[in-house]
Design a binder for this molecule. Structure first.
Ligand code: DON
Length: 366
């Protein structure tokens, strides 16, 4: 045997893991059998060999909560006036696994506006309607290296739209979704997000009104896209539907469930419904890796190694493919528009549980 030490360690690890009640799951079962198994979508024998116990996950989450609770760095977004009014002390962490187990701490039932995290799910909807190749052609998937609302990126980038997770690309993505009216499009989007969350979501109307009254920048982006012929429906109507989708309320728990739907390759872990096309999930996660935290995405990939998406409402969701998702809500943001405490908490939990996708620990070797 070439590596006797490693082999022994791995054997011991696997034996220990089997003896414990594990939490992460490997979502390798076909979509059809998941859909039919509502309460226990996955079966024994498909468990990850590197799964921590539920107690270990709870401990990591509680430690992350305590460790960063009194951190006061960052500032609520205030370019949308309503967001400046949100209590900056809100702080909640939720994990939902691909088999529907939940671990939480803090303010996980407090609704907040989903903001840019919505872009991930509208991308999924556009992909379902047009297929990944068409969406890639019409929007692209290159990181901009610029702030999320950059005009310069629209001018400079060959695609102009950049990617589906910056404002310009996201508004263009909304313009791709088919519907007879703006209201019908918004309702279709709301319904799609609700299926991912496994429960009915609702608009936070004050946030919508507040952003609709102040979103001149996004209207300018849409007008520029029109100049480059990179928006595919009425620009102002597209901005309005986009603004509304950003104002949908979620809790950290609901957001973790939406993330877990992605982790479970598009099937909601509790309802069993195949919400997002299974074959579209890799491209969606790649877009999140590339641009989920905007000009902070490279540093995030370097340090954390998980596809994630942030929103200026203070939420971040990170996805561990096949295993689960972690969502954190904490309103104060850094300069790139990413929640400070959410980044700290996810980084801590990812390190503790060894779930960086690029790390040997994630596949059970040291
Ligand atoms: O369009 C905007 O500016 C907001 N509705 C969303 C921006 C956002 O969440 C960026 N995320 N970090």
């Amino acid at each position: 045997m070439k590596f006797p030490q490693m082999t022994t360690n791995m054997k011991r690890k696997i034996a220990t893991t089997i003896a414990l009640s594990v939490i992460w799951m490997v979502a390798a079962v076909p979509a059809a059998s998941q859909a039919s198994a509502k309460t226990a979508p996955q079966t024994a024998g498909q468990r990850s060999p590197v799964a921590p116990t539920k107690e270990q996950v709870q401990a990591a989450v509680t430690e992350a909560y305590e460790k960063f609770k009194s951190n006061t760095e960052g500032k609520n977004a205030d370019y949308i006036p309503e967001l400046a009014k949100v209590d900056p002390k809100f702080y909640g962490i939720a994990i939902v696994t691909a088999d529907g187990q939940t671990v939480t701490v803090g303010d996980v039932n407090q609704p907040f506006s989903i903001q840019s995290i919505s872009k991930v799910f509208s991308l999924a909807l556009a992909m379902e309607e047009l297929g990944p190749d068409k969406v890639f052609e019409k929007i692209g998937s290159e990181p901009t290296g610029r702030p999320f609302n950059s005009v310069e990126a629209v001018v400079d980038m060959p695609s102009h739209t950049g990617n589906p997770l910056v404002n310009a690309g996201a508004i263009a993505t909304v313009s791709l979704i088919s519907a007879p009216t703006a209201d019908a499009k918004y309702n279709k989007i709301l319904d799609f997000y609700s299926k991912a969350a496994g429960e009915k979501l609702t608009l936070i109307n004050e946030v919508y009104k507040s952003e609709a009254a102040t979103n001149t920048g996004n209207k300018a982006l849409a007008a520029l896209l029109l100049k480059y012929e990179r928006i595919y429906a009425d620009p102002l109507e597209s901005v309005d539907v986009y603004t509304k989708q950003c104002s949908i309320g979620v809790t950290a728990k609901q957001l973790a469930m939406m993330g877990a739907t992605l982790a479970n390759f598009g099937a909601n872990p509790i309802t069993g419904q195949q919400v997002i096309k299974r074959e579209d999930v890799p491209e969606i996660l790649s877009a999140m890796t590339m641009a989920g935290l905007y000009d902070g995405s490279g540093g995030w990939a370097w340090h954390v190694g998980l596809p994630a998406k942030s929103g200026v409402g203070g939420g971040i969701v990170a996805v561990v493919p096949g295993k689960g998702a972690i969502a954190v809500f904490a309103p104060p943001l850094d300069k790139a528009g990413n929640s400070v405490k959410a980044q700290l908490a996810i980084t801590y939990v990812a390190e503790k549980l060894g779930i960086n996708l690029y790390s040997p620990r994630s596949v059970g070797v040291k």
